[in-house]
Design a protein around this ligand. Structure first.
Ligand code: GAL
Length: 667
């Protein structure tokens, strides 16, 4: 059990002369660093030529860190094979959809289906374990780095072969494959699995079933490689937790499937500090990551102290923002906040990426912030392991994301990210913390379940959502849900498929609206809000119409419908309502409190509750550049300032308060 929030970063000492390491460790101690990730990109240092190993430096480094009491998250170096590997074995390099082979000279240049790569990756991991696996400084294994980053899909012949085997396992016969993909269309019928290719360059739209299965297959191929590395590590040190760093809402990998294989879920968050939606997106990122495996801890493996270097214009975090954003993660349950990277590089492609220890060293204002936060976190402890309280769940699945954004749709600008933000934002602003859930996971513990455009829904998932409602739950389901099955084949009849019981109207067609066009929406009490982008063309069904389209060609059609099912209720939102409209649905469904929240004192204040048996922790973070005055419950103790607090509270710009209260709810 970790007794302190983990604090530190990627440490790449191989970029520095030996003398610098001593200073590094001394400064790490000064900054309160207690965990560093080592070895992520060290393959060429550890194995400078095939089967020629050099581990002396790593032994020395682990000793140094261990003596200073700094834990090591030891990485396998398989995300960046050394040049000798691709020179000798070009088939280990990935190939793009046009057939062009990537070269070495950057990173992530490997084909995960290449037996050559796989053998050598396994070999270096085995060697790593046999050389240093017993070292006391190691606290955790960090497998690979950001699987899929830069090259999520490879289209080479190794992949073609593995894909065919995968399809054979999934469908059994080529007839079943033809049926699933609907290959009667455009003369795409396959006579044999051997005719199937990766979705390489084609004149126009590929078969969407083909693309969907390639996304599934590619995810599985990376996961298989991860599991192979994990097997090696676990067989030597079954006592050490295993992680790999995710990238939040990263489309190519189904992180729900991955997270169930991890002991610690970790993520890298580089949301843009200058984006007005940045804190909302970052909250959503953390809610997702916390929810991927609800039985294990999670942490931020990478963020930046100030700038990244890979956007067109890399806005710096303003003083105080790094601290506020780090507490945002802690508020949402993170057991660690780490950075890329410890010391800013002098050379290479990331030398202008901010670090904990900048080029200017300890004189930099960033260093003062880094040591300040490290000192605070060390004093705070781990909040008794208090869990994050979420009454609301948001349903999300990667297969849906893949299918939803496949081309040739009524609205090709309907994205998962937009649908998620649209439905998440009012919850975030009202301080309603959200767990993310797979559509087939048990939902009974949530009061309200929000379902943004669950376009692809299986019979099992549909049954799960319907039974959640019938047993007393409340669902808020948006348009463009229940459209296709797992093969991307349309559910006929009024749209909705297995979700139809939750849709109290008959969705006969859909109408994407011209850019910028707004429709009026009239509620039962005569008040009006607006909708844009999309409306369903629905007839009334057995539900109660709460709001109708009130202008334009679809005037009179249902816009929001409430259906009572069993013990519960379902709200169907048939158009992209404006925030005021969606807030009304959320108010009525109980997703957010009907009366204005204490947070409405001004935008930019985030509130998250954590609780354990006997204690609660209220996190208040003012992300705005102005002072905010809030009204909070009485009788708390503010941990950062060490004072009693309650009632009216003033938070300075980027200010943070953590209010502990005795709480007998869970006791
Ligand atoms: C991450 C990566 C790090 C570093 C960082 C820069 O994607 O894991 O190695 O490149 O981005 O922002």
């Amino acid at each position: 059990m970790i007794e302190q929030v983990r604090y530190g970063g990627d440490y790449n000492p191989e970029q520095w002369p030996r003398a610098v390491w001593d200073e590094d460790v001394r400064l790490m101690v000064e900054a309160g660093v207690n965990l560093v990730t080592v070895g992520v990109f060290s393959w060429a240092q550890l194995e400078p030529a095939e089967r020629v190993y050099s581990f002396g430096w790593l032994h020395e480094l682990l000793d140094l860190l261990g003596q200073a009491g700094i834990g090591v998250d030891l990485a396998t170096p398989t995300a960046s094979p050394p040049p000798w590997l691709s020179v000798r074995y070009p088939e280990a390099l990935p190939v793009d959809a046009r057939g062009a082979r990537y070269s070495h000279g950057s990173r992530q240049h490997f084909c995960v289906c290449s037996a050559t790569y796989r053998t050598r990756a396994r070999r270096i991991v085995e060697r790593l374990v046999s050389e240093v696996g017993e070292h006391q400084a190691i606290e955790m294994w960090h497998i690979h780095n950001e699987y899929g980053c830069h090259v999520p899909y490879c289209y080479c012949d190794n992949h073609a072969q593995a894909f065919r085997a995968w399809l054979q396992r999934r469908y059994g016969s080529v007839e079943a494959l033809n049926e699933a993909w609907g290959t009667a269309f455009w003369s795409q019928r396959y006579g044999d699995f051997a005719e199937v290719l990766p979705p390489r360059l084609t004149p126009t739209f590929l078969n969407p079933g083909h693309e969907l299965d390639y996304a599934r297959f590619s995810n599985d191929a990376f996961l298989e490689e991860f599991l192979e590395e994990r097997r090696v590590l676990r067989s030597a040190r079954p006592d050490l937790p295993v992680t790999t760093n995710f990238m939040g809402f990263y489309k190519p990998l189904d992180y729900f499937a991955w997270a169930s294989e991890l002991d610690v879920v970790s993520t890298d968050n580089y949301s843009d500090p200058a984006d007005p939606d940045g804190t909302m997106l970052s909250a959503m990122h953390y809610d997702l990551v916390r929810s991927l495996n609800k039985n294990v801890p999670w942490m931020v493996m990478e963020q930046t102290t100030s700038r990244v270097n890979w956007r067109r214009h890399n806005s710096a975090k303003v003083p105080g923002q790094m601290r506020a954003l780090s507490y945002q993660a802690v508020a949402r349950g993170a057991t660690g906040v780490l950075f890329f990277q410890w010391r800013a590089s002098r050379a290479g492609a990331e030398k202008y990426h901010s670090a904990m220890l900048p080029h200017s060293g300890v004189a930099s204002p960033v260093w003062a912030e880094v040591t300040g936060l490290g000192g605070e976190l060390a004093r705070l402890g781990t909040f008794d392991g208090a869990g994050v309280e979420a009454r609301v769940a948001m349903v999300f699945s990667w297969a849906n994301w893949w299918a939803l954004e496949a081309p040739a749709k009524p609205a090709n600008d309907l994205t998962m990210a937009d649908q998620l933000s649209w439905m998440y934002r009012p919850l975030y602003e009202a301080g309603a913390t959200v767990d993310f859930c797979r559509p087939d996971e048990p939902l009974g513990r949530y009061e309200v379940v929000v379902v943004p455009s669950l376009y692809l829904v299986t019979a099992k998932e549909g049954a799960n959502l319907v039974s959640y409602v019938e047993r007393g739950g409340t669902a808020v389901v948006s348009f463009w849900s229940g459209i296709v099955d797992e093969r991307d084949v349309v559910h006929l009849g009024p749209y909705g498929g297995p979700l139809r019981p939750l849709i109290g109207c008959e969705v006969l067609d859909v109408a994407p609206l011209p850019d910028g066009e707004e429709l009026e929406v009239e509620w039962e009490d005569g008040t009006r809000t607006a909708a844009g982008f999309w409306t369903d063309v629905a007839d009334e069904g057995d539900g109660h119409v709460l709001a109708r389209i009130a202008s334009g060609p679809w005037a009179g059609r249902p816009a929001v419908v409430e259906a009572r099912r069993g013990e519960g209720r379902a709200y169907y939102v048939a158009a992209r309502l404006d925030p005021a409209g969606l807030e009304r649905v959320y108010g009525r469904s109980g997703a957010v409190p009907a009366e204005p929240s204490v947070l409405r004192s001004g935008p930019g204040v985030e509130r998250v509750m954590r609780a354990s048996a006997g204690q609660s922790y209220e996190f208040l973070i003012n992300h705005s550049a102005e002072e905010r005055v809030l009204e909070i419950a009485p009788g708390g103790f503010e941990l950062l300032g060490g004072t009693q607090i309650g009632g009216r509270v003033t938070l300075p710009p980027l200010g943070v308060a953590i209010v502990r209260r005795e709480d007998d709810r869970g006791a």
